[in-house]
Design a protein around this ligand. Sequence first.
Ligand code: SAM
Length: 218
Amino acid sequence: MDDNTPEEGFSEFKNGQLGLWGVAQIAAGTGLAVYAMWVGILQPGFRKVPLKLQVPYIPASKLQVENVMALLKGRKGGFVDLGSGDGRIVLEAHRRGFAPAVGYELNPWLIRLSRFHAWKLGHHEKVSYRREDLWKVDLTKCKNVTVFLAPSVLSLLQEKLQAELPDDALVVAGRFPFPDWKPCRIEGQGVDRAWAYSMQAQRQKNFAKQSVPTPTIQ
Ligand SMILES: C[S@@+](CC[C@H](N)C(=O)[O-])C[C@H]1O[C@@H](n2cnc3c(N)ncnc32)[C@H](O)[C@@H]1O
């Protein structure tokens, strides 16, 4: 048992006499706090998602939201954000006239936070946040889709979007572009950059690629 008074402990810290044991205790305490936060706040909802598909929550910057919205300008109808975090992109889409505006998010804390933000602004009846795995959402009727996900999952997501979205859908990716698609427009710079992809143009490109005859060697 350590019978140092708090004042003595603090003065050890102030005088740089913490020692190896003190440093180890601080490191272990910090590690435990980070682990508890990860398990209790950031990780719930992800137990059934394979590790390689888990994407952490990082909110889009103000400029990133602006760039995403600039690429959606002139479009209307339904809107979905896949992995909607604290709901900021869905709220902004609603403000710009998209309806219905829906966010899919697995983390229940973020769903609660999104609903709270919508309620605070008086838009809670106009937007919806659903606790669903984005990989299981039926996208066949979605016309305006946004994503801000890790590069490691974007190549897999390309396949799902390509298989399900209608031809007139526009997909906007924030921060990281889709690895194999060619954007029709790009907005912004650096970490705030966003890329827009027309599904129809994408399908035409894929079709043209498949129809190029392969030379035969005789
Ligand atoms: C980088 S954050 C982006 C948040 C928000 N779209 C934004 O731009 O501010 C990615 C979000 O996707 C969520 N997410 C990751 N995998 C998911 C999945 N399989 N289904 C639903 N949400 C998922 C994470 O919980 C996280 O909140």
